[in-house]
Design a protein around this ligand. Structure first.
Ligand code: ADP
Length: 355
């Protein structure tokens, strides 16, 4: 079994800083889990504790049901891929791939035929077979990153750990590598824990994402579930571009009020008890209507080709609307040039978070 479990894991650094707080998280065998969150939220600390590069202050980490808190990194049977590929520049790609296996301790070392088999298989899978005789400097960034992944895979790790492995690549290559990583995972099925601050990477790679903020796990769910049913305003605003509109106000008599802004709640929220809430609606769900609705001033328009983003002000509240390009009744290219539009926030895809 190659599942990973964090049980009430805490990390307090020697200076007293609590980087991870009571983390309970399970990664199933064969699952691709992405740890996602802004810089400093505790993702790398979590990964480094799993790798054995950082001690656990409290709680337990289990791999395949065995507690590994006190096992050194080499005994955890993990493969690791980091942001910097750290290939040996004077060695060929073939030697880079086999180095870890050749350097294994006497008694644990594989015979040379098995090493050659594993290197050949990894090279084939990663499309590196034609490049085995080259040195790293004769490879592109993407090819080097594939070697770094291959070097981890030849060890047949129980769990593959990746820390921002694509952040040194340019945007186009990052997109390609994302697709390759997912394909590779489907081929290999290795339990994977992947750290990133990039929500697009998380949404496209993960079976489930674990979103962290301030050392605390906010939500652990499949990407689309977290997108459509965020647990809290942090998750709501972290997933999605442009970010979800979040308006702080109160519910009274089936209406939502925030300063001068006041509108009827959509049907599915009508039974909400009175009190203070944050109202959330994604920009793509803000409906621009020809009649009725709320009148908004247009503060800015960004035309991106396939979509247009409208920055609006609704009775003092900032609202962003996103329209996919289409000839659209009530919101054609002529109407967007006006200084105001009408929107409806009474849509099914809206949420209320208690404050
Ligand atoms: P992330 O990977 O999400 O960017 P990290 O896990 O690297 O975040 O760090 C989490 C927090 O712990 C950060 O605020 C960071 O400054 C702090 N931190 C990391 N390493 C140490 C350390 N050795 N001593 C004290 N604080 C640290």
């Amino acid at each position: 079994m190659r599942e990973v479990e964090f049980k009430a894991v805490n990390k307090t650094y020697p200076n007293g800083y609590v980087a991870v707080e009571r983390l309970d998280l399970r990664v199933e065998e064969g699952e691709f889990l992405v740890l996602l969150g802004p810089s400093g939220c505790g993702k790398s600390t979590t990964l480094r504790m799993l790798a054995g590069l950082e001690t656990v202050s409290n709680g337990d980490i289990l791999i395949g049901g065995t507690k590994v808190n006190d096992l050194p990194p080499g005994a955890r049977e993990l493969g690791m891929v980091f942001q910097s590929y750290a290939l040996y520049p004077h060695m060929t790609i073939e030697d880079n791939l086999s180095f870890g296996l050749r350097m294994a301790k006497q008694g644990e070392r594989l015979d040379s035929r098995e090493i050659a088999n594993r290197v050949g298989e990894a090279a084939e899978m990663l499309d590196l077979t034609q490049l085995l005789d080259r040195k790293p400097k004769a490879l592109s960034g993407g090819q080097r990153q594939r070697v770094a992944i291959g070097r981890a895979l030849v060890r047949r790790p129980k769990v593959l750990l990746m820390d921002e492995p694509l952040s040194n690549l340019d945007a186009k290559l990052r997109n390609q590598m994302r697709i390759e990583l997912r394909r590779l995972h489907e081929l290999h099925g290795t339990t994977t824990v992947y750290v990133t601050h990039d929500q697009v990477e998380a949404m496209t790679l993960a079976d489930r994402i674990a979103i962290m903020h301030g050392g605390i796990l906010q939500q652990h769910a499949p990407p689309l579930e977290a997108y459509h049913n965020p647990n809290n305003p942090f998750v709501a605003s972290f997933l999605g571009t442009p970010a979800m509109n979040l308006i702080q106000g109160k519910v009274e008599n089936q209406k939502f009020k925030a300063g001068d802004l006041c509108f009827e709640l959509p049907d599915h929220l009508k039974d909400t008890q009175c009190g203070n809430y944050t109202f959330g609606i994604r920009p793509e769900n803000v409906n621009v209507v020809s009649q009725g609705g709320l009148r908004c001033d247009v503060r800015g328009v960004e035309r991106l080709g396939d979509q247009t983003i409208y920055h609006l002000n609704a009775a003092g509240q900032e609202v962003t609307a996103l329209r996919h390009q289409q000839i659209d009744e009530g919101f054609t290219s002529t109407t967007v040039d006006t200084s105001y539009v009408h929107i409806s926030l009474t849509e099914p895809a809206t949420v209320l978070f208690p404050q």
